[in-house]
Design a protein around this ligand. Structure first.
Ligand SMILES: NC(=O)c1ccc[n+]([C@@H]2O[C@H](COP(=O)([O-])OP(=O)(O)OC[C@H]3O[C@@H](n4cnc5c(N)ncnc54)[C@H](OP(=O)(O)O)[C@@H]3O)[C@@H](O)[C@H]2O)c1
Length: 308
């Protein structure tokens, strides 16, 4: 069933964006998706638009027939602050400008991050918070409703960052980054994609920054994750703390080897502050009722059913 409305999405070639596109296509939306690389095949009702966040002409084309924009593209790896600012701040503003100029777009959803709650922790966190503030200033005087999602750590099929941790745990070893009593939270990618869909179709979507997590009432810490791992594998899981100097050394090696390979590193000294932060608990805080969205996949269920 086609609902005759079009959503322009960025980041569809990445982990989360793909799940969002699938969710919106299943709801009957037409999708226009930004891609930096040539794409030969596309599912029905999805049109690839070749371009990038730095290329304003391609963004104008992307949003040309869009009723909504879901901005999920983002720089998540980088060896300098500038790399995050260029993509996450300037790129996001370029996209909002294109959406404002098309005079058709009614809603713009920005995929920020829980990290934006603590902008001093890392270059990434700061770039997300700055983007939120600048997008808000651009959208406020316009008819476009801006939504800001701050998901916690997202995992699921296609993820490359959390998967190794879960794989190790199900083999019996859980590397612990940061203090043993640090608070953690998680969100399965299909629940996040469903929240995006619900935000788009809800009558009055919240315009404030919204945290998103799986809503687990007890919350998580490393011991609880280990306990879940032990239940799922029906055997012992050893929690092994990674000392800070070792993390720093790993970060330096990662930066160097990525430079040699011409890639951007995920693990940097800047990122370590984020990874070892004490409190990554999150709250859906009213969002569930407001958009009629209720996360369904707990970490235990996902691990048991290998939904990652
Ligand atoms: N994964 C998480 O746990 C998590 C948690 C909270 C928030 N988020 C946010 O969710 C979004 C998606 O994250 P992800 O985990 O799916 O990352 P990902 O797999 O690395 O995907 C990033 C996407 O953004 C695109 N992109 C990056 N820079 C771009 C640019 N300058 N122009 C056009 N496209 C660009 C990438 O395109 P290419 O394929 O061409 O590289 C890719 O499609 C990001 O904004 C991230 O900050 C993620």
């Amino acid at each position: 069933m086609l609902n005759d409305e079009t959503v322009a999405i960025t980041g569809v070639t990445g982990f989360i964006g793909k799940h969002i596109a699938d969710n919106l296509l299943a709801r009957g939306f037409r999708v226009r998706a930004l891609t930096r690389t040539l794409r030969q095949h596309s599912p029905e009702n999805l049109t690839w638009v070749r371009g990038a966040l730095e290329d304003k002409a391609s963004l104008a084309e992307l949003v040309s027939t869009a009723d909504y924009v879901v901005h999920c593209a983002g720089q998540v790896r980088g060896h300098s602050e500038e790399i995050f600012v260029d993509s996450n701040v300037t790129g996001s503003l370029n996209l909002m400008q294109a959406a404002l100029e098309n005079k058709r777009c009614r809603r713009f959803l920005f995929m920020s991050s829980l990290a934006a709650r603590h902008p001093d922790l890392s270059w990434y966190a700061k770039s997300k918070r700055t983007a939120e503030q600048k997008l808000d200033a651009l959208a406020a005087p316009s008819p476009v409703t801006l939504g800001i999602f701050r998901p916690t750590a997202v995992y699921g099929p296609g993820d490359k960052e959390m998967k190794p941790l879960f794989d190790w745990m199900l083999r019996g070893i859980l590397p612990r980054l940061g203090d043993s009593d640090a608070k953690l939270s998680f969100l399965h990618v299909s629940d996040l994609a469903e929240a995006v869909g619900q935000w788009l179709v809800s009558e009055q979507p919240p315009a404030r920054p919204c945290e998103l997590c799986d809503g687990d009432a007890a919350g998580y810490n490393w011991q609880r994750v280990r306990d879940i791992g032990e239940k799922v594998r029906n055997g012992r899981v050893r929690l092994v703390g990674v000392p800070l100097p070792v993390l720093k050394l790993l970060a330096d090696i990662s930066v160097l080897s990525c430079r040699l390979a011409g890639k951007e590193p995920m693990l940097t000294r800047s990122k370590i502050h984020e990874l070892t932060h004490q409190n990554w608990s999150a709250s859906n805080n009213g969002l569930c009722e407001e958009i009629n969205w209720f996360p369904r996949i707990s970490l235990e269920h996902a691990l048991r059913e290998r939904l990652f």
